[in-house]
Design a protein around this ligand. Structure first.
Ligand SMILES: NC(=O)c1ccc[n+]([C@@H]2O[C@H](COP(=O)([O-])OP(=O)(O)OC[C@H]3O[C@@H](n4cnc5c(N)ncnc54)[C@H](OP(=O)(O)O)[C@@H]3O)[C@@H](O)[C@H]2O)c1
Length: 304
């Protein structure tokens, strides 16, 4: 059977495709560019879902933390359009399929919850009201299906995805030699850092596809809560970097790189519990940061 993955060419999509192939599925990416094992968005609009489609996954989205960009109207529109339009195209294809797929799994982010050092959030918590929360809310709403469609709808609110070949680690270590550069906590270092290993975000999506009882929102974060300081220590230990004692990257530097609107994503954080994810029975490959970072550094230093 096949699984259609919008944004399947990206970091999470590549790991999910590999996992699904290992389980015997045919993974088909939906991309802006044609290619092997891919279809384009125009193909999906014209032809609908592939035959024998077990599930549809929506992962498309332009990077939110592009350095040295300003969150102007054009960039914000692209952040919305690159998420909401593809999700709506997939929701429409699911709704119109003669044989509806069993599951429609869409990703969103923990930016749905307001940053706070004190509050713990579960899947049932209220969302925030800043620009990122609004974007997340509209993104999630774009995956709404008519009541008449039997397909299970699952939303995975992802934390920062950590893996050797993409996402944040790739930004921190753009070239192998960067492992020799210092790594410092950001701002106070006390802000929560909701994280997940890429194997687990792919694992949660695959679990949602394969288990009939999984519906609704799942927090895609690891069960161990760490703050930015804990993450930095674990990163330094795994990559055998020196710890630089009381030094830190000041918030001002983050404001210069990302602008104030987006710097809040790294200077503040959310304590997010994967309550329903655990209740639904998902078992993590890397539930704690040291195991995750050890695995990632091993793969990174081997060249993935
Ligand atoms: N990585 C994280 O830490 C993290 C955390 C929370 C949420 N998320 C969300 O999870 C999803 C997958 O993350 P990822 O790290 O795999 O992202 P990624 O590597 O940047 O890939 C996302 C895919 O989205 C498509 N895309 C990029 N820019 C686009 C644009 N302007 N218009 C239309 N499509 C565009 C691309 O597909 P084509 O080039 O093939 O069209 C790309 O392969 C994203 O939506 C992201 O926002 C990620």
């Amino acid at each position: 059977m096949s699984v259609l993955i919008g944004g399947g060419t990206g970091f999470v999509g590549r790991h999910l495709s590999k996992l699904l192939k290992d389980k015997g599925y045919k993974a088909i990416a939906v991309s802006r560019k044609p290619g092997k094992e891919r279809v384009t968005w125009a193909d999906v609009k014209k032809n609908g879902l592939p035959e024998d489609c077990k599930a549809v996954v929506s992962l498309s989205g332009r990077l939110v933390l592009e350095p040295f960009k300003r969150l102007d109207d054009a960039y914000l529109k692209d952040l919305y359009d690159s998420r909401i339009e593809p999700t709506k195209i997939l929701a429409n294809a699911v709704s119109e399929a003669k044989q509806p797929p069993q599951a429609f799994v869409t990703i969103s982010g923990v930016g749905f919850y307001p940053p706070s050092e004190k509050t713990s959030y579960t899947e049932d918590s209220e969302g925030g009201s800043d620009w990122l929360a609004k974007l997340s809310r509209e993104w999630e709403a774009a995956s709404t299906l008519p009541d008449t469609v039997s397909t299970r709808r699952v939303i995975v609110r992802s934390g920062v995805v950590l893996g050797p070949d993409g996402g944040m680690i790739k930004q921190l270590l753009p070239v192998p030699l960067a492992v020799y550069l210092p790594m410092l906590p950001i701002g106070s270092g006390k802000q929560w850092f909701p994280w997940i290993h890429v194997r687990d975000i792919a694992g949660i999506i695959a679990y949602a596809i394969e288990n009939d009882r999984v519906t609704g929102v799942l927090n895609g974060v690891a069960p161990q809560h760490v703050n930015n300081d804990d993450f930095t220590k674990s990163f330094c230990k795994a990559f055998k970097k020196m710890s630089y004692g009381p030094l830190f990257v000041p918030g001002l530097a983050m404001n210069l790189v990302y602008g104030q609107d987006r710097a809040m994503m790294v200077l503040q954080g959310q304590k997010v519990k994967p309550e329903r994810t655990l209740e639904m029975g998902y078992e993590y490959c890397h539930p704690d940061i040291d195991s995750a970072m050890h695995d990632i550094s091993k793969a990174f230093l081997k060249g993935n």
